[in-house]
Each structure stands twice: as C-alpha cells, then as structure tokens.
Design a protein around this ligand. Structure first.
Ligand SMILES: [Cu+2]
Length: 167
C-alpha cells in the first residue's frame, strides 16, 4: 500500500509542476505583474508588442531550417516600425519563431521541455510544420535588442536563436 501511494505522488508531481509553470508563465502581454507570479518573470515590456497588420512598415523574410538556424539571424529595424515577418520552414521537422527577451525565451524553453507536447499559441510566436509558411506582425516600439528563438526542445540549445536590433 505504501508503494502505491508513492507511485501516486510521483505521478502527480509533474502535473503539479506543469500547473505551476504554466501559471507563472502567464504569457500576459499586458504586463500585469502585480499578482506576485514572479517565477516565470515574463516581462514583455521592452520587446515590443503585437503589431497591427494594417500598419505594417515593411516585410522581413526569415527562413528556419533543420540545421537549427534562422536566416537571417540578425535583423535591423527602426524603433516604431511594425514588421511583418514572412517565415518559411524549409526543413522537414516543425520549427517556431518566438519573440521575447532571452531570459523569457529560456524560461519558456524550460517549460516546453517539461511538456514536449505542449500546445501554445501566443501573439508573439508562430509554429510551422516542415515546408509551411506563415506570418507574424510585431511592433518594435523601443530602441534596444529583442531576441527570438525556436523553443522546440533542443533547438534553442542547438543555436536556433536570433536578434533584432532596434535602432
Ligand atoms: Cu526549431
């Protein structure tokens, strides 16, 4: 009987961890951090915000491939620009482009590792199967550096990251 209980506890632990992780992730673009959910620390304030498709300044093409690379991996924009990313997955396996701060992306990648099948769709990201194309519209409103990465487990570690320099 004791064995049974410990198995139950083990079985529950990952679910609990996920529930906490998911909660702390928050993924709220509004920046309401007053609730005390400090674990994930998703501070989206400096990375910009979802863009209005009607106000796109220009289009930037990005290719993702199975060599775990974004091409280009360095993108220059001006503060205030709304960019429509035209993203193509030229590989065979799924890839995604997630915009955020490097700290947030790493935290999110950890959550993904705990929950490999985790379905997540947020305004700051797009997931594409092999051969698929898609678009992502984002406004870079402050000068600085904004990172992006593929958060599919192992990809970020393999170098699937990029940078937007906002001037
Ligand atoms: Cu990838």
């Amino acid at each position: 009987m004791k064995k049974f209980v410990s198995i139950l506890v083990l079985a529950c632990a990952p679910a609990l961890a996920f529930a906490v992780g998911e909660h702390s992730g928050g993924h709220s673009m509004g920046g309401h951090s007053m609730g005390g959910h400090s674990m994930g620390g998703h501070s989206m304030s400096n990375v910009g915000k979802p863009g209005d498709p009607a106000k796109v300044s220009r289009t930037v093409e990005v290719v993702m491939d199975d060599a775990m690379r974004f091409t280009p991996a360095q993108i220059d924009v001006k503060a205030g620009e709304t960019i429509r990313f035209f993203i193509k997955n030229s590989g065979k396996i799924p890839h995604e482009m997630v915009i955020g701060s490097l700290a947030d992306l790493k935290a999110h990648a950890e959550e993904m590792k705990k929950m490999p099948g985790m379905q997540h769709a947020e305004p700051n990201m797009i997931t594409l199967k092999g051969g698929q194309r898609g678009g992502l519209v984002w406004t870079f409103d402050q000068a600085g550096t904004v990172d992006f990465a593929c958060l599919i487990p192992g990809h970020m570690e393999a170098g699937m990251v990029g940078k937007v320099n906002v001037n």
